[in-house]
Design a protein around this ligand. Structure first.
Ligand SMILES: [Fe+2]
Ligand SMILES: [Fe+2]
Length: 339
């Protein structure tokens, strides 16, 4: 089983033959770009988050696009570059205790300069993109990069539109742009990757509270894990899941996106009910239950990379040891965009 899953992840969707080499270079360039910033946490994301997120969003968007009968070529390029300028987003700008939002309902962020430079940051400065929201600046960077590769204007325009649409859908948005919007929204909010993010954000907030009073979160988790997990699993997670169902399913702009969102919510809801049952026999659950990988993620939270963790964890809990392995298989399938 583990082998089958690894193969699925390795071949999510085949890139257009003319773009395969370019896409590989763009993935590397994007990764290099995210690493120009040194902050471990900004807002709701940690340093390794964006690279993992973009990879998953690309996988899911491409699957949605195939299901919808769209054109995967511009989408592949757009999805790969959609958050290329995301790292310039600093903390969310607040006024009178509220987030400042624009006419599209988008939050504005402080400008966060990189610690080092590369071609993307040079382009960002040359094009005067500071102050633009990252879907607009990202579209401009994508256009500049694809111009350098000699891509024709029509394709570049479509890629730009797709990247802009990942935050703002309108009646004029293309199907491919809507696939990216749906995939981006799902990844951050719905399903196992979003649950992983919820774990990291919850831990980060808790860690700050503990640090503020000179206490250690690790010590608390070591001595009082059950005390932490009871309300988290039985109350907070179900409420979080219901909130996502209420607020995000209706935001889907494709039939495939809506189907995926609902399937992911149902799957995770069942997983969480089982986790609740595991709390009664926590020792055994930590050995090979569903809670075992979840607790691993709680403890390993220094700039974590879920894609890197997954490979190691799937070796630790091979398929025969059911619950933990099933949890990881679901996380992997959703990360690969096949679920
Ligand atoms: Fe984004
Ligand atoms: Fe994104």
């Amino acid at each position: 089983m583990a082998q089958t899953l690894t193969r699925e992840l390795a071949t999510p969707v085949v890139p257009h033959p003319d773009d395969a080499a370019v896409l590989e270079e763009l993935v590397q360039l994007a990764r290099e770009t995210y690493l120009l910033w040194d902050e471990d946490w900004v807002g709701f994301s940690w340093r390794n988050y964006t690279h993992d997120h973009v990879r998953r969003v690309r996988n899911l968007a491409m699957h949605l696009c195939l299901e919808e009968g769209g054109n995967t070529r511009p989408l592949d390029l757009g999805a790969t570059l959609h958050d290329i300028t995301k790292s310039y987003d600093g903390e969310i700008i607040m006024k009178d205790g509220k987030r400042v939002i624009d006419e599209n309902g988008l939050w504005h962020n402080e400008y966060l300069p990189p610690a080092r430079r590369n071609h993307v940051t040079d382009l960002y400065d040359q094009l005067g993109l500071r102050g633009q929201i990252h879907n607009i600046s990202g579209a401009r960077i994508a256009d500049a990069l694809l111009t350098e590769y000699g891509y024709p204007q029509a394709l570049r325009d479509h890629v730009q539109e797709i990247i802009i649409t990942h935050l703002t859908v309108s009646a004029a948005s293309s199907l491919e742009g809507r696939c990216l919007y749906d995939a981006d929204t799902i990844d951050a909010n719905i399903g196992y990757p979003a649950f992983y993010r919820n774990i990291q954000i919850s831990m980060h907030n808790l860690e700050r509270q503990y640090a503020a009073r000179g206490a250690s979160l690790d010590e608390f988790l070591a001595t009082s894990l059950h005390e932490y997990l009871e309300p988290y699993v039985r109350e907070k997670l179900p409420a979080w899941l219901e909130g996502k169902r209420r607020d995000f399913v209706s935001k889907m702009t494709t039939a495939s996106g809506k189907r995926r969102a609902e399937a992911r919510l149902d799957r995770l809801g069942a997983e969480m009910a089982s986790m609740g049952q595991e709390l009664d026999t926590l020792e055994a659950a930590l050995d090979a239950g569903r809670l075992a990988p979840a607790v691993y993620f709680m403890r390993n939270r220094r700039n974590p990379s879920v894609s890197a963790d997954l490979a190691a964890l799937m070796e630790r809990w091979p398929e025969e040891q059911a619950a933990a392995a099933k949890f990881l298989a679901s996380l992997q399938r959703e990360s690969a965009g096949v679920w």
